[in-house]
Design a protein around this ligand. Sequence first.
Ligand SMILES: Nc1ncnc2c1ncn2[C@@H]1O[C@H](COP(=O)(O)OP(=O)(O)OP(=O)(O)O)[C@@H](O)[C@H]1O
Ligand SMILES: [Mg+2]
Length: 505
Amino acid sequence: MSTAAAVEFDGIGQSFSGVRVLRGVSFTVGASRTLGLVGENGAGKSTLMNILGGNLRSDTGRMILRGQPYAPAHPTDATRAGIGLIHQELNLFSNLTIAENIFLTSFPRARALPWIDQRTLHARTAALLRDVGLELAPDTLVDRLSAGERQLVEIARALSLDARLIIFDEPTTSLSARETGTLFALLRRLQSQGIALIYISHILDHVRQLCHDLVVLRDGAVVAQGPIETFSTPAIVSAMVGRNLTQLYPTRRGAPATEPALEVRGVSQPHIVCDIRFTLRRGEVLGLSGLMGAGRSELARILFGLDPCSRGEILVSGRPLAGANTRRRIERGLAFLTEDRRHEGLCLEASIADNLALASIRSHARTPLKLIDRTGWQRAISTIREAVRLTAKAEDTQPAQTLSGGNQQKVVLGKWLLASPSVLILDEPTRGVDVGAKFELYQLIMDLADRGSGILVISSEIEELIGVCDRILVMSQGEIRGEFSRPEFSSERLLAAALPRESPA
Ligand SMILES: Nc1ncnc2c1ncn2[C@@H]1O[C@H](COP(=O)(O)OP(=O)(O)OP(=O)(O)O)[C@@H](O)[C@H]1O
Ligand SMILES: [Mg+2]
């Protein structure tokens, strides 16, 4: 086996409209090594990987792949060179099946004939799905998959290419604990096959578990690198954020009031959720834990009026919603941060300012002419930008799609914070957000609770729920299976409650 480095970056520089986002980045991924690439939101990690993956030509610098100069002009060049890139933002065609998505550029053909060999397509897809631990038929439409399942399909696609170097750009953001376990087993298998990996994540525990080497990017430059065992976790964090961070979660000062913000009474929808009952109080941060497919996001969508419910009643501040559509629910004080920011949370081509405006612009319309109070509006936007710490590099007029993943998430949260909702439902609110900015987001959530809103947080990170919630409900198989108050919080208990029950014989 060749001992040449898997890839060598040499002085890579990149600017977008005059703003430098990568500055002379040089480091090496050793043969058969796994390198962890970490850094704050907007540090330049995905940009560097897009250069490696042939999506972007760098302004300066060069790359050497297994000892050979490498300058991809197109993603297919990268594929041919044995590079598999699993993007941070999911890139599947939702109107195609899983199998079609995986083999889009390399359909198995029947002998020399032009048509697709459906049997091989089906069998190879089924094998890949088994590899990534996804129990779905190859001909399932991607449209019907959850974010976590889509992430696993992306990974299956990279595996289908027989890559020698695979890049995982935040692969676990929408996976729950169990799926993450399956993914890690798979990564270890790839490692043992001598495949080099670049692993990008904001979950430093995962980086530590999986990686041999570490590179820390800050503001587009390498600020630390070396074997992982030479770094303590606080040292990684301070290299990332450029300061010491002593606490991961803000201290919860306020306490829930007694009045209900949201009452859910026997909400049911066949095969989705069954007889859901709970009360979210004003000023309360209530967690919703569970494994992927437990019905948490589905419940959130029902509460927000995006999906139907056949039975039950939902009350906001004591008044029934009674069939109100989503727009009416927003007017009644409900807000919902979706887990799929790219497709449901943002208008990607619209500016940052317009995205922030979406949910609250009406409140800046002055009667009687309903004209927008521009000054007040601008003030609101700059306050919220500062509150969510949106990168100062981005202009208000810049399209949302040019922001880094974590910064896009801050825009979606900012949009709802501007609407001052009385009930805020958050589905995976810190997906892709760096450790420093997470703290700020938790603080914003707690502040909103202290001002009397009820907050329902869905998260696959149990530690996060334990860190921010007053109470946690656990869902499994569409039902609520457990309720825990602060003194009872423990990951083991929450996990145990989340496991599906064996069906009776
Ligand atoms: N097409 C583009 N036009 C303008 N700016 C861009 C474009 N693509 C990326 N950027 C900017 O480059 C910087 C680096 O972004 P990048 O996506 O590489 O960050 P990241 O380290 O992956 O962050 P995250 O952890 O949030 O995913 C950001 O400031 C981003 O706004
Ligand atoms: Mg990124």
